[in-house]
Design a protein around this ligand. Structure first.
Ligand code: FAD
Length: 383
């Protein structure tokens, strides 16, 4: 397994994207307080997402005939890294660009590709993921929400939960039971595109610890979907969802969630002039870990570039990456508490407070730590 995490570097033609995206992002975040930037992929700004689309930074891996850029995964790595390290508000396009468009491209009909993908590439069609339900999180195969076949399409009833960005989205790609019973597990599941403006859809926000409502409960009551809502073949949903989760877990985003806080703390150290050995060792330790995680993430991207699906390697990066992201606010909080006489800005404290409150979710979203470790154990032949 570790052979596949061999060192890899970013190709110069993809690295060349960096100055343009960096400039665009710098302009977008110039007037944003640091604690707002720390929200990053929970930060919603539809106009910014459209601007990225216009500049050609969305749909980087998608075919040109649908409005994409037809570049490899390294191009997306560079763009995502610049967006997240500056704390740009990326929630508007994130899920559509990362997951929904590749899924539709791989499994959708020609009509679905032609309808949805160009709008995703322009940042104009916003998507959310409807997988989790009350009682079906890690055990996703037990979903109960049902789409019954009718003469004209599908009749949808049930509930989804924790649906990130559903309040702002146009569409949900939902994992639904289309035949059989929940006990049938992987058989009888399908993915359908649900237009969230249809009658019978109710979206109720869930407020998190920080006071934000970035996810919601979504209820379906006799929602009528047309025949062409189905992605791929009926009953093939499990295979598709597994492939989709590989997109979700293998991106570089699993190491950058606390990086705006790290940056703000290092700026604070520079401003106060604190450079004793213990502080320098702490900064060096964080930097070394971030550099190692980044190299591992690039190695995963190299597997994607070869057309492989690095499920085990991506789980390893997500587990170690979220560990790092969760340790940062604790260590920085302890450090500031250990220097009570040092002047620190309220912006730094607000950022610390936000990241501390949101950090527990880092190892839940996209698959919990225990589930990822199960995947890693299987990859090592231990299960
Ligand atoms: C910020 C955030 C955003 C999210 N966004 C979305 C979204 O957009 N769309 C969506 O569909 N879902 C979303 N989720 C839901 C997320 O995917 C689920 O919360 C996650 O899969 C865990 O499911 P659960 O909450 O039902 O917990 P459970 O599955 O009930 O797990 C509870 C605990 O038991 C452990 N556990 C469960 N099974 C096992 C096992 N077999 N072996 C060992 N331990 C086990 C888990 O690791 C966990 O610690 C989001 C969650 C968060 C926190």
């Amino acid at each position: 397994m570790f052979d596949t995490l061999a060192l890899a570097s970013l190709p110069p033609e993809d690295e060349a994207l960096r100055p343009a995206i960096r400039e665009l992002v710098a302009r977008a975040v110039a007037d944003m307080p640091v604690d707002r930037r720390a929200r990053s992929w929970q930060g919603f700004d539809a106009a910014f997402s459209r601007r990225l689309g216009q500049a050609g930074f969305l749909g980087l891996n998608l075919p040109k005939r649908y409005g994409g850029q037809e570049r490899g995964p390294f191009a997306r790595f560079v763009v995502v890294e610049e967006l997240l390290s500056a704390g740009a508000p990326v929630a508007g396009h994130w899920i559509a660009d990362r997951q929904s468009a590749p899924l539709i491209c791989n499994y959708g009909t020609e009509a679905q590709r032609a309808f949805y993908i160009p709008r995703i590439c322009k940042g104009e069609a916003l998507f959310c993921i409807g997988m989790s339900e009350p009682g079906s999180g890690s055990d996703l195969a037990s979903v109960r929400t049902r789409a019954e076949k009718t003469a004209t399409g599908w009749l949808l009833n049930g509930q989804k939960i924790w649906t990130t960005n559903s309040l702002h989205s146009d569409y949900m790609i939902a994992l639904l039971r289309t035949s059989g019973k929940p006990e049938d597990r992987h058989a009888g599941l399908s993915q359908l595109i649900v237009d969230l403006r249809l009658p019978g859809v109710t979206i109720r926000p869930i407020v998190d610890l920080t006071g934000d409502a970035h996810f919601a409960e979504v209820f379906f009551e006799n929602v009528e979907l047309a025949d062409d809502a189905l992605i791929g073949r009926e009953g093939e949903g499990w295979k598709q969802v597994t492939a989709e989760l590989a997109f979700e877990r293998s991106g570089p985003e699993r190491i950058y969630s606390s990086v705006v806080l790290l940056d703000a703390w290092v700026r604070h150290l520079r401003e106060t002039g604190r450079a004793d050995d213990a502080t320098l060792a702490m900064v060096g330790g964080f930097t070394a870990r971030l550099a190692t995680l980044r190299a591992m993430s690039i190695a995963c991207t190299a597997r994607l570039a070869l057309g492989e699906s690095p499920v085990v390697e991506a789980s390893l990066v997500k587990d170690l990456g979220t560990h790092f992201e969760q340790e940062l606010p604790v260590a920085i909080g302890d450090d500031l508490a250990g220097h009570p006489d040092e002047p620190a800005s309220t912006e730094l404290y607000r950022t610390l407070l936000y990241v501390t409150q949101v950090a527990p979710s880092f190892s839940l979203r996209g698959g919990t730590r225990e589930i990822l470790r199960g995947i890693i154990a299987r990859g090592l032949g231990l299960r």
